[in-house]
Ligand binder design. Structure first.
Ligand code: ADP
Ligand code: ASP
Ligand code: MG
Length: 445
């Protein structure tokens, strides 16, 4: 069975929903995971923030505006009178729940419940569109099978059992539609897989049903060799390995939620990235196969904090690193990059929830300096560190202010830490030298 996932832009208009309808109009049973229509989750985040700030009137205005855009979409999408009425009723019930939420006291649970509405709306509307076309469709509520455990990991046993049960109950359907992003937590409360999490929903489902392939359909023709939001003339990569894709996603390539690849790699299920607006484009196929050597792609991750920890004894005494790592472990804060010298260690984190407490503990035995507004730039490619042309990179970087470099941690990754204010220029410089001038050889796609 195939699992398809369509992102916000792919379901972001009536025209695009109709493209999606064509793409999934294939043979056999399939599962279709949808995001919220583009802009909706951001709008819901804004509404939630206004409620938190006790700005009830403004929150209500935002809800009314969003409601108006949905009214128009439903009007343009569903012509069948009965189905139209069913959808209007559903949309109205969601928006009246939202208006009621404004008068409730704010909590994390209220926030998560508000955010869940985007995917509930898009899947309801889209499944009725398919019904209107006479397709055999069933809407599977993600909140009845998608659950994470106390460690925020997918509860795979629960997911598989409940998903199979729901599919069995709707056995007559050819197309199963479900919501990306939303799930239950270990206590049964509504939560989500973090922003961009619909990709992860698709691969969790793909693993649960041991899919033949998972396809992620978005607004670009696959994984590009650099971030197209910041750099011109980036190129789509036809193939990536799981490790390469996972590393790039973790280090900021927005096209994939950071966790997406994991369930696929574990079961060796192909993951294909495709463009909804250009279905004939090849896209990117992600498997366990490695294609080529040398630098293949670059990604950048923002909101990084660097911590320099200097041993007060001026010697990297035995047990010093152990003490440092134990503190980060105690506060469940993961470290991305690390470099050491005889007297100091520098490391980076992206979760600063416990930074104050961590620093207080470190200062009991070390001098600590913090730099924020940093970005990690990550260069990925098979055997990148052994490639004869890679040393050229350091010439390219001559006039970039690099705060840390991690080289050799893995064969396939070189990471640089720069000020976020230098990120754009560094990405563009790397693009020019690495992929355009051919100063550093790269894999030809
Ligand atoms: P969706 O809503 O379909 O999930 P996203 O906005 O989450 O789409 O991801 C697609 C976007 O990711 C692209 O439009 C592009 O701007 C951005 N992006 C960032 N890095 C890359 C990359 N390396 N390759 C392709 N797209 C990237
Ligand atoms: N709608 C959610 C978001 O905007 C999930 C997703 O699009 O993947 O983050
Ligand atoms: Mg996305």
């Amino acid at each position: 069975m195939l699992v398809y996932k369509f992102g916000g832009t792919s379901v972001g208009s009536v025209v695009n929903m109709n493209h999606v309808k064509e793409i999934i109009n294939t043979e056999g049973k399939r599962i279709v995971v949808l995001s919220a229509m583009s802009g909706t989750t951001n709008a819901l985040v804004d509404i939630s923030s206004l409620i938190e700030a006790n700005k009830a009137q403004e929150a209500k205005e935002h809800i009314k505006q969003l409601n108006a855009t949905y009214k128009k979409t439903v009007y343009d999408l569903i012509q069948d009178k009965d189905l139209h009425d069913v959808v209007v009723q559903y949309v109205n019930s969601i928006f009246s729940d939202l208006l009621e939420a404004v008068d409730q006291s704010y909590s994390e649970s209220l926030h998560n419940t508000i955010l869940a509405n985007g995917e509930l709306l898009s899947t309801f509307m889209f499944s009725r569109l398919l019904e209107q076309e006479g397709l055999k469709v069933a809407l599977l509520p993600a909140l009845e099978f998608m659950r994470i455990d106390r460690a925020n990991e997918p509860d795979n046993f629960y997911i598989k059992q409940n998903l199979e049960r729901l599919m069995q109950e709707a056995n007559e359907a050819d197309i199963y539609i479900t919501q990306g992003f939303i799930c239950l937590d270990a206590d049964g409360a509504i939560t989500n897989l973090q922003r961009g999490g619909s990709d992860y929903t698709a691969t969790i489902i793909g693993a649960a049903i041991e899919a033949e392939e998972v396809q992620i359909w978005t607004d670009i023709d696959g994984f590009h060799n650099n971030d197209p939001r910041y750099v011109n003339d980036t190129q789509a990569l036809s193939h990536l390995s799981y490790d390469e894709a996972a590393e790039l996603a973790y280090f900021g390539a927005k096209i994939l939620h950071p966790q997406t690849v994991m369930p696929m790699r574990a079961l060796d299920i192909p993951l294909r990235l495709k463009n909804t607006m250009d279905p004939d484009a090849h896209g990117t196929l992600i498997t366990n196969k490695i294609h080529g050597e040398g630098i293949k792609a670059i990604a950048a991750k923002d909101n990084i904090t660097a911590i320099k920890i200097k041993s007060v004894r001026m010697l990297l005494a035995h047990g010093f690193l152990k003490k440092v790592f134990e503190i980060f472990e105690k506060y469940e804060t993961s470290i991305d990059m690390i470099t050491t010298s005889e007297i100091a260690v520098s490391l980076t984190i992206d979760n600063i929830t416990h930074l104050k407490a961590i620093v207080e503990e470190l200062e009991k035995f070390a001098k600590v300096d913090i730099d924020d507004y940093m970005s990690i730039i990550c260069l990925v490619g098979n055997h990148i560190i052994y490639h004869p042309d890679t040393p050229e990179l350091f010439q390219v970087l001559q006039d970039v202010n690099v705060r840390m470099i991690a080289y050799g941690g893995s064969d396939n990754n070189i990471s640089l830490l720069v000020n976020t204010s230098d990120k754009l220029e560094t990405l563009q410089k790397l693009q020019r030298y690495v992929f355009e001038d051919g100063t550093v050889s790269v894999l030809k796609n």
